[in-house]
Design a protein around this ligand. Sequence first.
Ligand SMILES: Cc1cc2nc3c(=O)[nH]c(=O)nc-3n(C[C@H](O)[C@H](O)[C@H](O)COP(=O)(O)OP(=O)(O)OC[C@H]3O[C@@H](n4cnc5c(N)ncnc54)[C@H](O)[C@@H]3O)c2cc1C
Length: 220
Amino acid sequence: MFVKKFGMCKNLQGLSLRNVSVKFLNIENKKTIYEDFGEMLFTHFGVSGPTILSASAHLLRTKNIESLLKDNKIKLLIDLKPALSEEKLDARILRDFEEQKNKQFKNALDNLLPKKIINEVIIKSNISPNKKVNEITKKERYNLIQALKKFDVTIKDFRDIDEAIITAGGIDIKEINSSTMESKLIKGLFFAGEVIDVDAYTGGFNLQIAYSTGYTAGMN
Ligand SMILES: Cc1cc2nc3c(=O)[nH]c(=O)nc-3n(C[C@H](O)[C@H](O)[C@H](O)COP(=O)(O)OP(=O)(O)OC[C@H]3O[C@@H](n4cnc5c(N)ncnc54)[C@H](O)[C@@H]3O)c2cc1C
């Protein structure tokens, strides 16, 4: 998916995040469109990876998605520390800061985050990068926690169909005899794989659909 602040993702390009929570939000009606936990990555165009690909199927089925994207109403919130509640994360940050109290803020996040994302988290926290960590206030720590637990990215568009991995749409399954994969409308016409209107999350399910329906069609 393309993102709005292209420059930000360019800085993060190549960063792969594991064990993060992602939440896609329609900020117009404040509804969550999709939530997931797992892997994602920043690319030269925006965001990608398993959780993002799964989300794209849900986004595509969201009413008025094109105008929502155009109006910057679709946000991706990344929880960079999903295993820690805000309280536990605060305690962890306090501990880190205590151990490095004379360091500047920009040099005190190495234990908490991958190097590539530190600058962006600093920007989102609104804390001066040069501030000594022992001068950071409780309110500023709260801002930092929000930047870590709700790292926000505005989604602008989908990537082109040429890059699609799975296609939604195709021959309606109601028109197919599932025990033979033969068309109910045209005798002797069999279907398999992507041409059928089924799609699943990444993780092997689509290949399984192709193999199973291909085998069944072939045997019949
Ligand atoms: C980059 C990428 C990563 C993927 N990763 C996963 C994954 O991790 N897990 C998963 O489950 N799925 C994954 N998929 C999806 C999965 O590969 C497809 O769902 C599956 O291959 C579909 O099989 P198919 O036989 O229906 O179609 P295809 O594999 O697309 O096969 C169609 C074949 O038909 C040929 N063809 C097209 N037109 C004609 C014509 N006119 N005449 C003769 N031949 C023609 C094409 O050349 C092609 O060889 C991935 C897809 C991509 C692109």
